[in-house]
Design a protein around this ligand. Structure first.
Ligand code: GDP
Ligand code: IMO
Ligand code: MG
Length: 433
């Protein structure tokens, strides 16, 4: 059986973890393939509410194996903290969680660098989460990064490697007049966690192929979203990883043909946390109403998320890039109570209609939204378990998105909990033949 890939269809926070949790019952292995502690993935289960950052969100299922793939950049201190916090809440991950020896290490230097660079950008800042993601990927691509396999080295070697790496970065800090860090302290801190980290570190490419060979069902959990992709997103207001489908292969060592099912996760409206253009952003009371009803505050940073109407132009771009087999539509319940629900179906620049989604942020910033108005609904949706139980206007909205995106919507989520999910039996059976 081919692997299932979950991809954020928009600017992140689409509700990916809710869908991962929903689909996990049909899978045995869950893998993160890019990003790092910038992700905030919320699962609401019978055990309570969990926010995952680096550890894959499918691990609430006790028999599931979790993997942090080679495409990630990992903060090992935050990883241990997350592991311990989850363990303290009763999530036992003994011998079922593995970290790729080829994943890159985020050091305190990367986090400091993230903040130094953001401050230097002043009013052109990206709005980074400050988790060191960009600098860690920069070091990776400059071929001066550290990989998690470093924790397999002897302690004295580990100390020397870390000390040298911090010293190297300190010379750059000095150029920015930023405070330098104590290479010795950081190297000692790394040596201090070696024994705790080492048991997790393996060749996960090998492990994944072995698991697949044994018939284990693999689910790849994307972080961030397509419009934040380093190549295909609204550059430079993006993250530094490949969060669209290409990253699933590069970040795991699986082959393109090992992928069997690509599920795009779309919110029924859009949100963006951080800076950069967003043509269908809603200002004023409607934007605030959406933020409050949807609880649109960052899972990682607590920042208010910018809210907007569903953007079909961006959505079609996301479909073109990822080739989704199906879409899970989330947070439909949040739109209850709007007398009119809008969909952005096109852009205009200086009064003239444009085609497609522009590939750079400057062009996108000039785009004005063209809206289609649909009648809203007032009913609460969370109790609906079939599409027929939804109010006609909500059904119409789902069908309009499906028609516009040209991909079957197989799941409609109407609340954060696992059971607040509608499986569209009609479309589901066509996709899962
Ligand atoms: P992710 O990063 O894509 O996994 O999404 P986040 O966890 O950052 O943000 C999604 C938020 O919406 C979380 O608080 C979820 O619990 C919540 N959520 C997910 N699906 C639904 C839904 O259908 N309705 C509502 N009201 N909340 C949802
Ligand atoms: P999940 O996986 C939403 C945004 C940041 C910023 C930009 C770059 O929960 O959907 P970075 O820290 O990566 O350098 O920040 O990307 N961003 C996210 N926005 N959801 C996320 O993750 C995000 N991860 C990063 O706000 O604008
Ligand atoms: Mg999130």
């Amino acid at each position: 059986m081919g692997a299932t890939v979950i991809i954020g269809g928009q600017w992140g926070d689409e509700g990916k973890a809710k869908v991962v949790d929903f689909l996990m019952g049909d899978h045995d292995v869950v893998v993160r393939f890019q990003g790092g502690a910038n992700a905030g993935h919320t699962v609401v289960s019978g055990l309570g509410k969990f926010a995952f950052h680096q550890i894959p969100s499918g691990l609430l299922y006790p028999a599931v194996t979790g993997i942090l793939g080679n495409g990630m950049v990992i903060d090992p201190f935050a990883f241990l903290q997350e592991y311990n916090d989850l363990s303290a809440r009763g999530v036992d991950m003994t011998e079922r969680l593995f970290v790729s020896s080829a994943a890159h290490v985020v050091t305190p230097v990367h986090k400091l660098m993230d903040n130094v660079l953001e401050a230097d950008r002043r009013d052109a800042s990206i709005g980074s989460t400050g988790k060191g993601i960009g600098p860690a990927y920069s070091d990776k691509h400059m071929r001066s990064g550290l990989r998690m396999g470093v924790f397999l080295r002897e302690k004295d070697e580990l100390f020397d490697i870390i000390e040298r790496s911090i010293d190297w970065n300190n010379r750059i800090f000095a150029a920015y007049n930023a405070p330098t860090l104590s290479a010795e302290t950081i190297a000692s801190d790394f040596v201090g966690i070696k024994d705790a980290i080492e048991p997790f570190v393996v060749d996960t490419q090998e492990a994944l192929h072995e698991l697949q060979g044994k018939g284990r069902r693999i689910l790849l959990e994307g972080a961030q979203g397509t419009l934040l992709d380093i190549d295909h997103g609204t550059y430079p207001f993006v993250t530094s990883s490949s969060c669209s489908i290409g990253g699933a292969v590069a970040g795991t060592g699986l082959r393109p043909r090992d992928i069997g099912r690509i599920v795009g996760i779309f919110k029924s409206y859009i949100t963006r946390v951080g800076n950069g253009p967003m043509p269908s952003e809603i200002g004023g009371p409607d934007g605030e109403a959406l933020r409050e009803r949807g609880g649109e505050y960052g899972t990682t940073t607590g920042r208010p998320r910018r809210c907007g109407w569903f953007d079909m132009v961006a959505g079609r771009y996301s479909v073109q890039l990822n080739g989704y087999d199906e879409i899970a539509l989330t947070k439909l319940d949040v739109l209850s109570g709007f007398s009119t629900v809008k969909i952005c179906t096109g852009y205009r620049v200086a009064g003239r209609a444009t085609a497609g989604f522009p590939q750079n942020a400057e062009s996108l910033a000039r785009c004005e939204p063209v809206y289609e108005d649909l009648p809203g609904w007032t009913e609460r949706l969370s109790d609906a378990r079939t599409i027929e139980e939804l109010p006609a206007a909500a059904r119409r909205f789902v069908e309009r998105l499906e028609e516009g995106l040209g991909v079957p919507i197989t799941f409609v989520s109407t609340g954060p909990a696992r059971e607040e999910t509608i499986i569209r039996s009609d479309t589901y059976s066509t996709v899962r033949k």
